[in-house]
Design a protein around this ligand. Structure first.
Ligand SMILES: [Zn+2]
Length: 290
C-alpha cells in the first residue's frame, strides 16, 4: 500500500456504524454520532457511500447533510432502496437552504471515480438479498489504478521507452492494473466468491461470536456474519490488514479480543488485525492492532 490511509470510525450492531478515510475524502455509512465525532474533519468527505437503510447506518445523515451538504457532496445508495429518495426529499424540505447535494442510486457493479486514481465499486451483498425484492444492500470496494510497464519492454532503456510513448501513446508502453485498496463488507453474511481477495484493508462485520446468537437459518431475517466464518474467509482472502467491527453489544471487549485471537491463531491469520469495539470511536483504526 502506498501510504497507510487514516481510517476513522465506529461500529456497533444495532446502534451506529460509520467509517471515514480522510485522505480519500470518502465515508462509508453515516450512523448516529458520525459528525459529532468527526466535527470539522467531516468537511473533507466528498463521497458518502451508504450500504443500506437500516437506522444504525443512516441515523447521522440529517446532521451530516445539514452541516456539510452542498454541491461538493454526493450521497450514494443502493438503487432500489426507497428510503433514500424519501430521505433526500425530507432533507430538502427540512433544510431548504442546503442546496446542491447529489443523491445517486448505484447498481450492482457500478463504479464511481473519486479522484487520485481511485474508484469505488458497488457490489450487492447478502444482507437483504432474497429477503426483500430489489437491490437494497451494497458492499463497497476502493480500487486503485496503477500503470505498469508492459512485460515485453522490461530492460528497454528509458530513452527508447520515452520515444515509444511519444510515438504510439501510453497504452503501447504500460498496462492498467487495478489493486484493491480497501473493501468494506457493510452488513452481510460471509461471501466466499473471492471479492475480498488481496485487499490492502478489509473492513468486515462480525456481528456474532456465538453462532447460536445468530439467526442464520431464518430466511425472513436480514443476514449478518459469525466471527468464525469471517476468519475462515479472511484466511483464504489474505487481506493486508483485517478490520473487524459491527460486533453485537452483548459481547464485552475481553470476550471479543479473546475470540478473535483464538480464531486468528487457529486459522493461521498472521497479518495485522484491528478491532472496532462496541461503543467506541477510533480516529486511527489501523494504528492499533491486536
Ligand atoms: Zn448494521
Amino acid at each position: 500500500m502506498s501510504g497507510r490511509p487514516t481510517l476513522r470510525g465506529a461500529s456497533t450492531a444495532l446502534f451506529s456504524t460509520w467509517y471515514m478515510v480522510e485522505q480519500w475524502g470518502v465515508m462509508f455509512d453515516c450512523g448516529d454520532g458520525a459528525s459529532a465525532a468527526l466535527m470539522h474533519k467531516a468537511r473533507k468527505v466528498r463521497h458518502l457511500f451508504l450500504s443500506h437503510a437500516d437506522r444504525d447506518h443512516v441515523a447521522g445523515l440529517l446532521a451530516y447533510q445539514q452541516l456539510y451538504g452542498g454541491p461538493g457532496l454526493t450521497i450514494h445508495y443502493p438503487k432500489d432502496s426507497g428510503s433514500f429518495p424519501a430521505l433526500a426529499d425530507f432533507c430538502r424540505r427540512f433544510d431548504p437552504w442546503i442546496e446542491g447535494t447529489r443523491w445517486r442510486g448505484l447498481d450492482d457493479g457500478e463504479r464511481v471515480d473519486i479522484g487520485r486514481g481511485l474508484s469505488v465499486v458497488a457490489r450487492e451483498n447478502s444482507h437483504i438479498r432474497g429477503v426483500r425484492p430489489g437491490l437494497k444492500s451494497l458492499s463497497y470496494f476502493v480500487e486503485r489504478s496503477v500503470r505498469k510497464l508492459r512485460p515485453a519492454l522490461r530492460g528497454m532503456p528509458g530513452a527508447e521507452i520515452a520515444a515509444l510513448r511519444a510515438a504510439r501513446g501510453e497504452d503501447a508502453v504500460t498496462v492498467e492494473r487495478r489493486g484493491l485498496a480497501l473493501a468494506y463488507s457493510a452488513d452481510t453474511g460471509v461471501l466466499t466468491d473471492g471479492r475480498y481477495d488481496g485487499a490492502d484493508v478489509l473492513i468486515h462485520e462480525a456481528t456474532f461470536i456465538d453462532r447460536d446468537d445468530s439467526s442464520e437459518g431464518d430466511p425472513a431475517r436480514f443476514r449478518h456474519s459469525v466471527l468464525e466464518d469471517v476468519l475462515a474467509m479472511a484466511a483464504a482472502a489474505r487481506p493486508g490488514h483485517l478490520v473487524l467491527g459491527h460486533f453485537s453489544g452483548r459481547y464485552d471487549a475481553a470476550r471479543i479480543e479473546g475470540a478473535v485471537r483464538e480464531g486468528c491463531a487457529r486459522h493461521g491469520l498472521e497479518g495485522p488485525v484491528s478491532l472496532v469495539l462496541p461503543g467506541t470511536v477510533s480516529h486511527d483504526i489501523l494504528a492499533r492492532t491486536l
